[in-house]
Design a protein around this ligand. Structure first.
Ligand SMILES: Cc1cc2nc3c(=O)[nH]c(=O)nc-3n(C[C@H](O)[C@H](O)[C@H](O)COP(=O)(O)OP(=O)(O)OC[C@H]3O[C@@H](n4cnc5c(N)ncnc54)[C@H](O)[C@@H]3O)c2cc1C
Length: 330
């Protein structure tokens, strides 16, 4: 605690300290040595799977809160829990979980075709082919799939664009979901774990605390996120082993009890999951986007824009591209 507080005081006393050049330096620059080394860097290494010295910090914006010294002191000395950061308050549907948001938006949209997997995009004939065999023509295509998947869909991508695609960095997440036979697994909405040795997951969340309707009566569940990438592969392989390692960690954290009955356990792979803002990020994304827009394919959303978007950003990205294309039509 002393190391964290004195590091922060040192930072606040030196407003003219040299500006950071990468994310690792940024954490020292913003929080001081104690908080950087005890919390921020270990957590960053876990979620991003690479050394943060290879990342930029252009994405931080509103995601990592500015330290408020009085709030830090209160937290340290009085164990007071201050609400801080961009997600200190959020809305969640009572019924139907978060899916009710896209379901509600879809009510106002015609011609949505579900269960159509894109298998080919031909920018010359301006046609998209689906796994059903259906071929559809387009004038402008809004592309919300991953930039890393472009070579699966488009033939003859120029070499400099392929190089940029191959240079994109991202992590993958295994989401291990566990349901148990009591309603009070945790009083929290979500928790971060920066201790790599003890816990396979880096973040866990409790859907029941957002809405009771997410679990059957008398039960509760937890969603545990495990990050990995080609830079740091999973240390446990296979569905059963992942579930067991997750349960072991939850018991160690005293979130599950050894005698809890597991009613449901599932593993969901998210690939790609988070865009990594490495030092070549800006150049690679610009190269790909310039080429796509030049052939009337408009990138959009978390994996088309290739940004650290939340749902709200993704929805606004959709609105932005709709406004742009509508203006052109007018
Ligand atoms: C682990 C994790 C936790 C998150 N937590 C939060 C949170 O708490 N709050 C929040 O606001 N946001 C959160 N997000 C971010 C949020 O999920 C995304 O910002 C949002 O879903 C992005 O929407 P999108 O439409 O751009 O992309 P997506 O939701 O990825 O939509 C793209 C769709 O394309 C489909 N698809 C893929 N390939 C094909 C193909 N070949 N043919 C047809 N369809 C295809 C995919 O199945 C997918 O449904 C989280 C993301 C992750 C990974």
């Amino acid at each position: 605690m002393i190391e964290c507080l004195s590091g922060l005081v040192e930072v606040l006393r030196n407003p003219d300290r040299p500006k950071p050049q990468n994310y690792r330096e940024w954490m020292y620059w913003r929080f001081g040595k104690g908080i950087a080394e005890q919390l921020m860097i270990p957590y960053a290494e876990r979620i991003w799977t690479i050394d943060p010295k290879y990342m930029n910090f252009s994405w931080i914006d509103r995601r990592v809160p500015e330290p408020d010294f009085e709030a830090v002191l209160r937290g340290a000395l009085q164990h007071e829990e201050d609400r801080t950061g961009f997600n200190q308050e959020f809305w969640y549907p009572i019924e139907g979980a978060i899916e009710s948001l896209p379901v509600a938006l879809a009510k106002g949209v015609k011609n949505i075709h579900l269960n159509h997997t894109v298998t080919k995009i031909d920018p010359k004939s301006k046609q998209v082919t689906f796994n059903t065999g259906k071929v559809v023509g387009y004038q402008n295509l809004v592309y919300t799939l991953s930039l890393t998947h472009l070579p699966h869909f488009i033939d003859d991508i120029p070499q400099h664009v392929l190089d940029a695609i191959n240079g994109l960095q991202f992590n993958q997440i295994e989401c291990v979901n566990i349901g148990i036979n009591r309603p009070d697994m945790s009083p929290y909405h979500w928790l971060y774990f920066h201790e790599a040795e003890d816990f396979i997951f880096h973040r866990i969340s409790f859907p029941r605390n957002a809405s009771e309707k997410t679990c059957p009566p008398g039960t509760s569940s937890v969603c545990c996120e495990i990050s990995y990438s080609k830079h740091r592969p999973l240390r446990v392989q296979g569905r059963e082993a992942l579930i067991q390692a997750t349960i072991d960690g939850l018991i160690k954290a005293k979130i599950m009890r050894p005698d809890d009955e597991v009613l449901a356990a599932d593993v969901l792979t998210v690939d790609p999951a988070y865009v990594i803002y490495d030092l070549d990020y800006e150049q690679n994304v610009k190269t790909i986007h310039d080429w796509l827009v030049g052939i009337d394919i408009h990138p959009c959303g978390r994996f088309g824009d290739w940004q650290y978007y939340n749902m709200d950003h993704s929805i606004l990205a959709g609105k932005r591209i709709a406004d742009l294309l509508n203006e052109r039509e007018a």
